[in-house]
Structures are given as structure tokens and as C-alpha cells.
Design a protein around this ligand. Structure first.
Ligand code: SIN
Length: 304
């Protein structure tokens, strides 16, 4: 059996598979299908310093090979999370990643301070396309990325992942800004801004008009961006965007991801995470590779 353990900024994961924040809630529903201890880490739905109601419905629309969402970072707030969810989640032998959101830099600092070291890693959500303030508004400016990363890093008691938006011209520039601000890890991609129109009503399906596209439709964009970020920074990368199978995950790792997140696939198949983990292991065993870390960034580009 190949080694599946990975070290992500000093945090030991038993395997390279985690959950895509926006799709996983706090894991209760999925724990009815599989043991969360089977995953290297569990990345939770975004948390803010104060509760958020999110956007009005409809906020989900099906698309070809994907979904559009405009949830708007609905969550009960970090204090309610600590009170109601943390001790239950800690009964599982997996690492916990809290996804942090807010409308201002101060909000992000506040949620990091409330959570302290109760989780194992933070993921800075500066890439949600569904909110007017914070989210993608921060994550599409290299200057803002560096500033907010360094400010949250200054108060963070656990390693800081910065989750990048694909809605930019130069993803490598954004990754370099996050690294310069002190990010320990980069995760990408969050969703691609999209729109779907009901041709009978001539109105967008989503109440918010636009939303974030995820699922297999975005995978080639995500693989390309992971490759470009791998060339630009030296910190670990968590790759995501349409991963549905073990083969998909291997593609991300060859492009340069040290670990992978599965999100939308779990909405279709609640065992997707386990299938992906088993698929990675099978690829390693079938190809006589002793350690999952050995494949990271080993894509051989044509013409090189
Ligand atoms: C949302 O809650 O709007 C989705 C989460 C995200 O895009 O980061």
C-alpha cells in the first residue's frame, strides 16, 4: 500500500483528501453516509464573526456539468459553531479547517480571534463571488490579498490557507501576493462567476442574478490555474474545482496540488470523497508509486 499521508504546512493529514468548504456544511449530513475520520481533513462552511442569513432564494441553479450557487455565506456565526458543532466534530480523527469570511478586514480578524486554535487550519475566503462586500471583492486585487493575508496571519494561531478566486486575469500574481502576505498554503479554485437565464420569464434563475459555477464544467480551468500557481509559489497548494474521481484528483496533483478538495461531487454522490481517496490509492498502487507526495507537480509539459 502506498503512503497517502501528506504534510500541509506542518499539519499531518492521513491522506490528501478534504472537503470543499461551501458544499459541506459542518458535516452532520454526510456523517450519516461515511466516517469523517476517513478524510485527511474536513473543511467547513464559511464562518463569520456574526451570523449571516445569506441571499434570498432561488440560490441554486443546475447547469450543464455543474451548479451555480449564490448562497451568500449563510452561517450561524463562529461563537455558535464553537458552542454547538466543535465538540461533535472533534470526536472524529481528522483535521478541521475553518473557512473564514467577513465584509471588512476587521471582520476577518474578528472571526480568526474568536476561533483561536480550536481548529487545525484557517482558510481565508477572499473569493466568494456572492457577496457585495468582502469575498471576491478582496480576492481580485493583489494589493488587497497581500494586505488582508498579512493582517489575518498576524492574529492567526493556526496555519493560514488563502483561497483564491479564478475570476482574475493573472492567477499567479494573486498567488504571489498571498505568499508575500504570509500565507502558509494556497487553495484554488473558488467558483467562476456565471449566470443562467429562464427564457420564458427572461429573468436570471438566481435571485441574485449571478452566482458561482462549480462542478466538472470548471475542472480544466482549475487544473490550468493550479499548474500556473505551482510555477509561481513554493508553499503547498490544495487543488479543487470539479473533482469527481480519483483520476481527476491525480490530474490536480500532477499539476502541482499537494492535496485536493472535493465539493460539488458530494452533492450528487455522498460517497464521492471516499471514492476519490480510494481512486488515488489505486492509481499509486497500479503504477508502483510508493508515496503520494512523489507525484506532486510531476506533469511533463509538451515542448519542455
Ligand atoms: C456562498 O456561500 O455564497 C458560497 C461560498 C463561496 O463561494 O465561497
Amino acid at each position: 500500500m502506498a503512503n497517502m499521508a501528506v504534510n500541509i504546512a506542518g499539519v499531518e493529514w492521513k491522506n490528501p483528501v478534504t472537503t470543499g468548504s461551501g458544499t459541506f456544511g459542518f458535516g452532520r449530513e454526510y456523517s450519516e453516509y461515511f466516517d469523517l475520520s476517513e478524510l485527511g481533513a474536513v473543511c467547513l462552511k464559511a464562518l463569520s464573526a456574526v451570523p449571516r442569513l445569506g441571499n434570498p432564494s432561488p440560490r441554486i441553479a443546475e447547469t450543464e456539468k455543474g451548479i451555480l450557487n449564490s448562497v451568500g455565506l449563510q452561517n450561524p456565526g463562529a461563537e455558535a459553531f464553537l458552542e454547538k458543532e466543535l465538540s461533535w466534530l472533534r470526536t472524529y480523527d481528522t483535521k478541521l479547517i475553518a473557512n473564514l469570511c467577513g465584509s471588512t478586514v476587521e471582520d476577518y480578524i474578528a472571526v480568526a480571534e474568536i476561533l483561536g486554535d480550536n481548529v487545525d487550519m484557517f482558510e481565508l475566503n477572499i473569493s466568494c463571488p456572492n457577496v457585495k462586500e468582502g469575498g471576491m471583492a478582496f480576492g481580485t486585487s493583489a494589493k488587497m490579498i497581500e494586505e488582508i493575508t498579512s493582517k489575518v496571519k498576524a492574529v492567526a494561531k493556526v496555519p493560514l490557507i488563502v483561497k483564491l478566486s479564478p475570476n482574475v486575469t493573472d492567477i499567479a500574481e494573486m498567488a504571489r501576493a498571498a505568499e508575500a502576505g504570509g500565507a502558509d498554503v494556497i487553495s484554488l479554485i473558488n467558483t467562476l462567476l456565471g449566470m443562467k437565464i429562464d427564457i420564458k420569464t427572461r429573468r436570471p434563475i438566481l435571485h441574485n442574478n449571478m452566482g458561482g459555477l462549480s462542478g466538472p464544467a470548471v475542472k480544466p480551468v482549475a487544473v490550468r490555474m493550479v499548474y500556473q500557481v505551482r510555477q509561481a509559489v513554493s508553499i503547498p497548494i490544495i487543488g479543487m474545482g470539479g473533482i469527481t474521481t480519483g483520476e481527476d484528483a491525480i490530474e490536480f496533483m500532477l499539476a502541482g496540488a499537494n492535496a485536493v478538495a472535493v465539493g460539488t461531487a458530494g452533492i450528487v454522490d455522498p460517497y464521492a470523497w471516499i471514492r476519490v481517496r480510494n481512486g488515488i490509492e489505486k492509481y499509486l498502487d497500479d503504477n508502483g508509486i510508493a508515496d503520494v507526495n512523489d507525484i506532486v507537480g510531476t506533469v511533463q509539459m509538451n515542448g519542455k
